[in-house]
Write a protein that binds this ligand. Structure first.
Ligand SMILES: NC(=O)c1ccc[n+]([C@@H]2O[C@H](COP(=O)([O-])OP(=O)(O)OC[C@H]3O[C@@H](n4cnc5c(N)ncnc54)[C@H](O)[C@@H]3O)[C@@H](O)[C@H]2O)c1
Length: 265
C-alpha cells in the first residue's frame, strides 16, 4: 500500500526560500509531495534551489518590497500550479547596523523593516486569499521571530515589525477562518543559517545557546518541520497561533540560565 505524503499535491508559494530556513522548509515540503514556488530576490539562487528540491518546483524572482513584484509572483504561481493552497510569507529581517535602540535607530530602516516584514505580508495575503477562497480555503504560514515576543537591547524595528505580523496573523485567522483560510506563524529563536553564522561570532552564538533550556541552537529543518505541519491538513483545527521554536528560550524564567550555572558550580 502506498503511504500518503503529508503535503501530497499541495501548491505552495514560499518567499525568501533560496537560502536558510526557507530553503530547508521548501525541501521538506517538496519531499512531502508539495509543488513549491520558491520566490527570492536572488533569481539564480531561487532557480537553483527549485532544481535541487525537485518535484516540479519553480524558482522565480520577487522583491517583497515591491507590490507589483509580489503580484507577479502570485500570478506566476496560479499560472504554474492552477491555484495556491499554502502561502508562506517567509522573507524578513532588518539591518542590524541601522536597526539599533530607539534613540539611535535609523528611521529609514524602521520603514524598510516594517515594509520587508509586515507590509509585504499584508500585500501577499491580500492577493492570495481570494485565490484560496475560490477553491474552498488554504493555509498561510508567516515567519516571525521570538524578537516579536519580548523586548531586547537592539533591533527595535525588527521586533516591532514581527510583533505586527503576530497580531496580523490573528486578524487574518479571524476574518477569513469562516471562508476556510487558516493563518498561523512560526517564531524561531536563533537558527544556524548563513545569515546567523555570517553576522554573529561563535562566542555570541555560544552565549545565545546558554540562554536556551535545550543545550543547542536550532537548524533550519527544526523550523521547516513546523512549517510542514502548519501547511498540512494535520493542523486543520489550528489557526491564529504562533508556534514558538526557540529551544526553550522564552519558556524559562530569565534567571534560569544563571541559576543553572550556579547549580553546575
Ligand atoms: N536565522 C535566524 O536565526 C532567525 C531567527 C528568527 C527568525 N528568523 C526569520 O526567518 C526568516 C528567514 O531567515 P533566514 O535567516 O533563513 O534568512 P536568510 O538570510 O538565510 O535568507 C533570506 C532570503 O531572503 C531573500 N531576500 C532578502 N530580501 C528579499 C526581498 N526584498 N524580497 C525577496 N527575497 C528577499 C534573500 O535573497 C535570501 O535568500 C526571516 O523572516 C527571519 O526574520 C530567522
Amino acid at each position: 500500500m502506498t503511504k500518503n505524503l503529508r503535503l501530497q499535491d499541495k501548491r505552495i508559494v514560499i518567499t525568501g526560500a533560496a537560502s536558510g530556513i526557507g530553503y530547508a522548509a521548501a525541501g521538506l515540503m517538496a519531499a512531502e509531495g508539495a509543488r513549491v514556488l520558491i520566490a527570492d530576490l536572488n533569481e539564480d539562487a531561487a532557480t537553483a534551489a527549485a532544481a535541487d528540491i525537485g518535484n516540479g518546483a519553480v524558482g522565480v524572482a520577487v522583491d517583497v518590497l515591491d507590490e507589483t513584484s509580489i503580484k507577479a509572483m502570485i500570478d506566476r504561481a496560479v499560472a504554474a500550479f492552477g491555484g495556491i493552497d499554502v502561502l508562506c510569507n517567509h522573507v524578513g529581517g532588518s539591518d542590524p547596523r541601522k536597526d539599533l535602540d530607539l534613540l539611535r535607530l535609523d528611521l529609514a530602516e524602521w520603514d524598510r523593516a516594517m515594509a520587508l516584514n509586515a507590509r509585504s505580508t499584508v500585500i501577499a495575503c491580500r492577493l492570495a486569499i481570494p485565490v484560496m477562497i475560490d477553491e474552498g480555503g488554504g493555509s498561510i504560514v508567516n515567519t516571525v521571530s521570538v524578537a516579536g515576543l519580548t523586548g531586547d537591547t537592539l533591533q527595535c524595528a525588527y521586533g516591532a515589525a514581527k510583533a505586527a505580523v503576530i497580531r496580523l496573523t490573528q486578524y487574518i485567522a479571524t476574518q477569513y477562518g469562516p471562508k476556510g483560510v487558516r493563518c498561523n506563524a512560526v517564531a524561531p529563536g536563533a537558527v544556524m543559517t548563513p545569515s546567523l553564522s555570517g553576522n554573529v561570532s561563535a562566542d555570541v552564538i555560544d552565549e545565545i545557546r546558554s540562554h536556551n533550556a535545550l543545550d543547542m541552537i536550532g537548524t533550519p529543518e527544526d523550523i521547516g518541520w513546523a512549517m510542514v505541519y502548519l501547511a498540512s491538513d494535520e493542523s486543520r483545527y489550528m489557526t491564529g497561533q504562533t508556534l514558538v521554536l526557540d529551544g526553550g528560550l522564552t519558556a524559562q524564567s530569565p534567571i534560569a540560565s544563571s541559576r543553572r550555572k550556579l547549580l553546575d558550580d
